[in-house]
Design a protein. Structure first.
Length: 565
């Protein structure tokens, strides 16, 4: 039992309304997931009027309010709800815990204002759309009632607390936001945008499930003519997207922004933008970049920071296209897989900063009159470093894909054709990296992939390009090893495909390979090879020249100098 149920049980027994044996029997016959209040009414142990009286004894007398009087009048006129307590108050009204005698379950009743007849009709239509959403992470809307300029909405009562209360660890916070994002994506598929996502609208239950509240309510209020006349902003400014603040058309990406801002606050312990007034907050959301969350909490992983900042991009097209993509990147991180988001390049940040500040452009123009050449050089150096970093990242991704392919070779024999895309993708990423920067690692990794694809000529050309960019002994060694492997492969193929009838005839051996010997000599000349590698290359050279006896002696010396393992 939760705290409310324990207090209720103590009150029932203390006032003599229920004996200990009766309470024990009621608890024993509860259905799965049924609360004590629902069980008492369903088993007819307690009537709704008596239940309301008992709950009134448990809570302090609330200050009188229009909403409280409205709900009490609704109970009398609708003859349906028994008020059990107030759950909270917010900008959109009050929320009460009540028992629904018609549906035989506890519900949360929310009151929102609808000043006009048109507003009431529009609100009802929006709520009907929201009520059609069926998802395990969306709090259901059961019913609604228009009464005296207000709407009473009966919603699923969730036993839990908002994600913003308490201190969630990084993994529970990430997992909860991923659940919420998938629920929001389901709503987007039905044409519903939430528009007011924040920690208070995400309820976490003790078993780790997260529910999204208030679907349809924010949209209904936004369309209210009264809200337009009074100029009230629907939503919480520090979690609202820039396009929502500007009054532009919004789509699924505005909810992605709000989820990113919510995750920022859960992990950094503060919202992305803070100021002394609402107007200042709105200005910062429109014009300032959020501080990286790691500045507030160094324990946040860099990949998580990248995910958050992508979701908080000012331009909707730079965010995740859907809430599902946002959830999938979070889940990739939680599962230890590489995320798809990439940090925003410095050049893009600088361009946005200057684009929003015309005065800064004018200042830079004046300064540039005296330092044009130096500034251009510095800018080009920064851009080159950015391109080099991006090229290195793509080469690293290509190397990982080639290594993934190589791991298949150690598994039991199988058809590797479906995995050929790993090598094709590695070649593509190397070409992209080469276009970004003159980096020798790009054609080298491309040569590795092409060699595995059996494209020997193209692999040699790529290695030649790598050596032209960086005449390094290590690359000579790599090309020598690649050619040696090719020679061995060809010799093996010649042996495997010889006709049985020709088995007694002399077989033509592969050519010694002058190019291979030249690479070995170049590596030795550049001082790249270690003592062990020099002996191994000597053995290879002797074998290629046909001096197998000396090659065997070199191999024995090689084994003698090797480590025991």
């Amino acid at each position: 039992m939760n705290e409310t149920e324990r207090k209720l049980a103590q009150t029932l027994i203390g006032t003599g309304r229920l004996g200990p044996a009766d309470l024990e029997g009621c608890l024993k016959h509860r259905q799965d997931g049924e609360g004590l209040i629902d069980a008492l009414v369903r088993q007819k142990t307690l009537g709704t009027s008596e239940l309301e009286s008992v709950m009134g004894e448990l809570r302090p007398e609330p200050p009188p309010s229009a909403e409280t009087g409205l709900l009490e009048a609704a109970v009398r006129r609708l003859d349906r709800y028994a008020l059990l307590g107030e759950l909270g108050r917010g900008a959109t009204g009050c929320v009460f815990l009540a028992y629904d005698a018609k549906l035989k379950r506890s519900v949360a009743l929310k009151v929102i204002p609808t000043p006009g007849v048109q507003d009431a009709a529009r609100t009802r239509r929006e709520l009907e759309i929201a009520a059609s959403l069926q998802h395990p992470n969306i709090a259901a809307i059961y019913d609604s009632h228009a009464l005296d300029g207000y709407f009473i909405i009966a919603m699923q009562y969730i036993e839990g607390r908002p994600m913003g209360e308490g201190r969630l660890g990084p993994r529970p916070a990430l997992a909860g936001i991923a659940q919420a994002a998938r629920a929001v994506h389901h709503a987007h598929g039905k044409g519903v945008v939430h528009r007011d996502l924040k920690p208070e609208n995400l309820i976490a239950t003790p078993d780790g499930r997260v529910y999204v509240l208030d679907f349809g309510i924010a949209r209904a209020m936004e369309k209210s003519s009264a809200m337009t006349r009074t100029g009230t902003i629907v939503g919480t400014p520090m979690f609202m997207s820039p396009e929502q603040i500007q009054g532009r058309a919004v789509d699924a990406r505005t909810d992605v922004y709000s989820l990113g801002a919510t995750l920022y606050e859960l992990l950094a312990r503060r919202p992305p933008f803070e100021a002394e007034s609402v107007i200042q907050v709105l200005h910062r959301v429109l014009h300032d970049e959020p501080a990286p969350p790691r500045q507030h909490n160094a324990q946040i992983h860099r990949d998580v920071e990248t995910i958050i900042l992508k979701a908080l991009s000012k331009e909707p097209e730079r965010r995740y296209a859907t809430a599902k993509e946002f959830a999938e990147d979070i889940e990739r991180f939680l599962e230890g897989e590489p995320i798809r988001a990439r940090p925003v390049p410095f050049a893009a940040k600088a361009a946005r900063y200057l684009g929003q500040r015309p005065w800064a452009i004018a200042t830079l123009a004046v300064v540039a009159l005296g330092f044009a050449s130096g500034a251009a050089l510095l800018w080009e150096q920064r851009a080159a470093r950015s391109r080099m970093a991006e090229a290195t990242l793509r080469v690293d991704e290509a190397a990982r894909k080639i290594d993934d392919w190589d791991r298949f070779l150690y598994l039991p024999p199988r058809d590797l054709t479906p995995h050929r895309s790993l090598l094709d993708d590695a070649v593509r990423r190397c070409d992209e990296a080469r276009r970004l920067a003159p980096i020798a690692a790009a054609p080298y990794q491309k040569a590795r992939a092409l060699a595995r694809l059996g494209q020997d000529g193209a692999a040699d050309a790529a290695m030649g390009e790598a050596l032209a960019l960086r005449p390094d002994g290590g690359l000579h060694l790599e090309r020598a090893r690649m050619r040696l492997q090719r020679t061995s492969r060809r010799a093996m193929e010649a042996t495997l495909f010889i006709l049985p009838g020709l088995a007694t005839k002399p077989r033509k051996q592969p050519a010694p390979g002058a190019e291979l010997l030249a690479d070995l000599a170049a590596a030795q000349k550049l001082g790249q090879a270690t003592d062990l590698e020099r002996v191994s290359m000597q053995a290879i050279e002797q074998a290629l020249q046909g001096d197998y006896e000396r090659a065997e002696q070199s191999c024995m010396a090689l084994l003698a100098g090797a480590q025991p393992w």
